[in-house]
Design a protein around this ligand. Structure first.
Ligand code: TRP
Ligand code: SF4
Length: 407
């Protein structure tokens, strides 16, 4: 993929999760499996968003304290590999907060008021007073979370797309306001010569074609020339990208949402699996409890008696079979359900067996991590340090661009 402002060295993946309760199968299939895949393809930054949790749970901080370490244990047990990604706690990287503050200086209030989740969540969580400064700033803090790492891709559920859009607008505004360093053009030309005569020539040709004729292929070709240069400093690269596009220096590249495919696993009642609906199976749920929860699930209402045929499409049990079962088992369900050849209890047993089997090794690993919490804390301590190093670099550039004293 080659997208404006998100060229190869910016292909970092950033994502966070709020520690507001135990992780469940919706997280496993909707988020974590995707992270596990991404961790081998990109430089990944995954964090527990404890400040974001406080925006809605400021009256119940114990909820956050109780869930932070369990969240990491669940991630690790599911297969997130600390060797391939940085795992950390948002509040332990205070650079996120400084960037949030700086972004707040030029973010119009209307942009935040118009983010749909602002009003939606206030309506949905009526029992909480969310007419707070912190809650209004939620998506701006999220923007800072991503921009501080110059994240290129952000795996999120559909409900978060508007937050990513805000992050993009904020980045654009930032670059527009602060990307025009003195002597930008001269510096860009000097940077181009560092690529060697031949490449500089291609670069300027592409620039001309893109800016005069709007040829996107020329833009992409020019970006490719820049990104293939191993010897350029980050600053020079950003100048060259910015100059190519006709803007100033791109200090904060625009991130892109990666919307997860299974962002809506069905819960026990047929609605989306979510803690707020009380229809979840936790990753660390006891197998007996899983069996029982599935046994009492509603089914196609037409199957009143054992000999009544049913329609799987009207049954939440079937929606979970679709995710959990092999093609053979799925055929067995469809065939057996529509002809009344199997009973719902048989059908449910096959499902709970599959879920329990998937969770068994995860639960075993979770137990090991629980018994070795010092190891978990060490992993996170290292992740926080590594994240801070990257965050501090961005912040230095941001401070300088905004006229603040740098070290
Ligand atoms: N708002 C996200 C959620 O509720 C969590 C989050 C916080 C996040 N900061 C982030 C996700 C940065 C992606 C990137 O799921
Ligand atoms: Fe649902 Fe299975 Fe019963 Fe059919 S047989 S109604 S799919 S539980």
């Amino acid at each position: 993929m080659n997208v404006t402002g998100a060229t190869t060295e910016h292909q970092r993946v950033v994502s966070g999760m709020r520690p507001t309760g135990p992780l469940h199968l919706g997280h496993l299939h909707g988020v974590i499996k995707n992270w596990i895949k991404l961790q081998f393809e990109y430089e990944c930054f995954f964090f527990v968003a404890d400040w974001h949790a406080l925006t809605t749970h400021y009256e119940e901080p114990h909820v956050i304290a109780e869930n932070i370490w369990d969240t990491f244990i669940d991630w690790l047990a599911c297969g997130i590999n600390p060797g391939s990604c940085k795992l950390f706690i948002q509040s332990r990287v205070p650079e996120h907060a400084e960037l949030h503050l700086l972004l707040s200086m030029f973010t119009p209030l209307g942009w935040l008021e118009r983010v749909p989740t602002y009003k939606d969540q206030q309506e949905k969580l009526r029992e909480k007073d969310l007419a707070t400064y912190g809650f209004l700033g939620y998506p701006l803090l999220q923007s800072a979370d991503v921009l501080i790492y110059k994240g290129g891709f952000v795996p999120v559920g559909e409900d978060q797309i508007s937050h990513l859009e805000l992050a993009r607008e904020v980045a654009r505004r930032f670059n527009h306001l602060y990307g025009k360093e003195p002597g930008f053009e001269e510096k860009a030309h000097a940077a181009a010569t560092k690529m060697g005569k031949k490449n500089a020539k291609i670069y300027f040709e592409c620039l001309k074609q893109y800016q005069e004729n709007g040829l996107v292929e020329a833009l992409e070709r020019g970006q490719a020339v820049v990104s293939s240069q191993g010897n350029l400093s980050l600053g020079d690269r950003e100048r060259l990208y910015g100059y190519l596009e006709g803007s100033g220096k791109i200090i904060l590249p625009e991130p892109h949402a990666l919307v997860t495919q299974y962002s809506k696993l069905t819960g026990l009642d047929g609605q989306k699996m979510s803690k707020s609906y009380g229809n979840t199976i936790a990753i660390r749920e006891n197998p007996e409890v899983i069996e029982k929860k599935i046994r009492v699930m509603p089914t196609d209402p037409a199957r009143v008696r054992r000999m009544d045929p049913g329609d799987p499409e009207k049954c939440p049990v079937w929606y979970l079979h679709k995710v959990y079962s092999t093609p053979e088992v799925k055929d067995w369900v469809v065939q057996g359900c529509t002809t009344a050849g199997i009973g719902c209890l048989d059908c449910k047993k096959a499902l709970s067996d599959a879920i329990i089997a998937e969770l068994k090794p995860i639960q075993e690993r979770a137990l090991e991590y629980t018994n070795n919490i010092r190891l978990v804390k060490e992993i996170v301590r290292e992740g926080c340090e590594a994240a801070r190093d990257v965050a501090e670099e961005t912040l230095e550039e941001v401070r300088e661009a905004m006229g603040l004293a740098t070290s």
